[in-house]
Design a protein around this ligand. Structure first.
Ligand SMILES: [Zn+2]
Ligand SMILES: [Zn+2]
Ligand SMILES: [Zn+2]
Ligand SMILES: [Zn+2]
Ligand SMILES: [Zn+2]
Ligand SMILES: [Zn+2]
Length: 513
């Protein structure tokens, strides 16, 4: 078996292909990482939520190691190992069990031949000419211009290039490349990495190797979906790995590229609000504007355009081209009946479609939304301010070391608390919108109470931090202030954590009880 030709560059995967300093993933909670990072807000989240960001190179390294190990155990080329592992969803124990109990069956399923290393080679028999390509049907090709995936189906190089390029262009980011089979419909022979790269390389300026490796990495990460996910940012090849015993709770993650996302839904970070509440919150502005129309406007009796009564006289004129004069109270036309008839007309409160109950509910959810929207915005501003303060402290030299550190920690805690309170607004609004019975109401009231308490605790911590930062107190008084501040930090952390857990407990609560 000759695995040392151009297509089986095993060196590509061997350890010293990479710089020595690549570890198997860097934990974002590590001290050395925190020392030279200027975005302290990421760290606060990570004190509560440990996860690892893997770069593309680290993923490649890992899957390369697995492929190399499999190749060695089975005595097959690395390309074979890649095809086998991919077929077995990167589960080496399951693959080994099947392979050693019935190797032929596994080879058939994966599309491997009996003789490794023969794929893509030109016919040895140089005398053989007048071959016909099975795709373009052009005959009279010399053997040197024909290639097969190791089976009996030979095609010309131009057709191979077209075949590989078409697979690469399919949806799914190169997924077609790693799953490629012989072009012959009746043949299931796998087209291995070496073949793909050879004919992809030859084409234009696309790096075939890179396209193939990226598709493999994606496949590898997706197979580990329970504890590993690709970063959803466009163009970022990183993946996030959570501890195997974790369930992704506290599920906001920040990738190395700076993109933050929710572990569960992949959307914008929204913890501790549930994914469903976050989706609802995103559509809340539209719903609220519909409710605003319902609550604050009445339709023109002629053209049905929603019209707001700005206060004052009950006689309103609809805008052009309608131009109807009508009475806001009874929605009757004034042009037809004259103004006197409306002295004591009956109130028509809402458009015919909306019942009084609907109107009341619309007013309630609209009011809640406007309030939560303000709360959300205020918490975002407070979070950004706190992050800014923490960053400044990280840079400022000359302060007493203790003081700078403790105050920066306080600001980080404020930022984290504000983030949690802001995100929780989505959960509050979803509770208002879903309504429900008496116990749902009690849960919402408890949520409101805890939200308010946490807000007050954060205010206190912020005051303490400002006091400690600006004080001109001498040694002993300063020590006392810092001790109070440290105490306040841990009280706040407890409070924010228990609020967040309480919000998490609301996820998936029954709609009506
Ligand atoms: Zn051809
Ligand atoms: Zn074939
Ligand atoms: Zn990323
Ligand atoms: Zn989510
Ligand atoms: Zn009108
Ligand atoms: Zn009227």
């Amino acid at each position: 078996m000759d695995v040392d030709d151009d297509y089986y560059c095993d060196d590509y995967y061997c350890d010293d292909y990479y710089d020595d300093d690549i570890s198997d993933g860097e934990s974002y909670g590590d001290e050395e990482w925190t020392a030279n990072d200027d975005e302290p807000h990421q760290l606060v989240a990570d004190k509560r939520n440990r996860y690892v960001v893997l770069t593309e190179q680290q993923i490649r390294h890992r899957l390369g190691q697995e492929a190399a190990a499999t190749a060695e155990v089975f005595s097959v080329p690395v390309d074979w190992a890649l095809a086998l592992l991919r077929h077995y969803r990167w589960d080496p124990p399951r693959l080994e069990e099947d392979w050693f109990s019935d190797q032929d069956r596994v080879r058939d399923a994966v599309g491997l031949g009996g003789d490794p290393g023969r794929e893509g080679e030109e016919e040895d028999d140089e005398e053989e000419t007048n071959l016909i390509c099975g795709i373009c049907m052009e005959g009279d090709k010399p053997a040197a211009e024909m290639a097969s995936a190791g089976c009996a189906h030979r095609y010309c190089h131009a057709c191979w290039r077209g075949y590989v390029a078409a697979a690469a262009a399919e949806d799914g980011g190169g997924r077609g490349l790693v799953a490629l089979r012989c072009p012959d419909a009746s043949c299931s022979r796998a087209v291995l990495r070496g073949m793909v790269e050879r004919f992809f390389f030859a084409d234009a300026d696309i790096d075939g190797r890179d396209a193939y490796e990226r598709a493999l990495e994606r496949d590898y990460v997706e197979a580990r979906g329970l504890w590993m996910k690709p970063c959803p940012a466009a163009g970022c090849g990183c993946a996030i790995e959570i501890p195997i015993e974790g369930d992704g709770s506290g599920a906001d993650l920040v990738c190395r590229c700076g993109h933050g996302f929710c572990w569960r839904c992949g959307g914008e970070p929204h913890w501790p609000a549930s994914c469903a509440a976050a989706v609802g919150w995103a559509g809340e502005a539209d719903a609220a504007s519909a409710e605003w129309v319902l609550v604050h406007t009445k339709p023109c009796p002629r053209c049905r355009r929603p019209i707001e009564h700005g206060g004052g006289c009950r006689a309103l004129r609809c805008a052009d081209p309608c131009g109807l004069w009508f009475c806001w109270r009874c929605l009757g036309s004034i042009d037809e009946t004259g103004w006197l008839a409306h002295d004591s007309c009956a109130e028509v409160r809402s458009p015919a479609a909306a019942t009084e109950e609907e109107l009341r509910r619309a007013a309630e959810t609209l009011g809640a939304f406007l309030r939560y929207q303000d709360l959300w915005a205020a918490n975002r501003r407070a979070q950004q301010l706190a992050e800014h303060e923490a960053r400044l402290l990280g840079l400022r030299a000359g302060d007493k070391v203790d003081k700078g550190e403790v105050v920066a920690e306080a600001w980080e805690e404020v930022a984290e608390g504000r983030r949690v309170l802001g995100n929780a607004c989505a959960q509050g609004q979803s509770m208002v919108r879903r309504r429900g019975g008496a116990s749902a109401r009690r849960r919402w009231e408890l949520f409101e109470y805890q939200h308010g308490e946490t807000d007050a605790v954060l205010d206190r911590l912020q005051q303490c931090a400002q006091e400690a930062a600006t004080t001109a107190a001498e040694e002993r008084e300063l020590d006392r202030l810092l001790a109070v501040l440290a105490q306040q930090i841990s009280v706040t952390r407890c409070c924010v954590d228990s609020f967040a857990r309480a919000v998490e407990d609301l996820h998936g609560m029954p709609e009506r009880d």
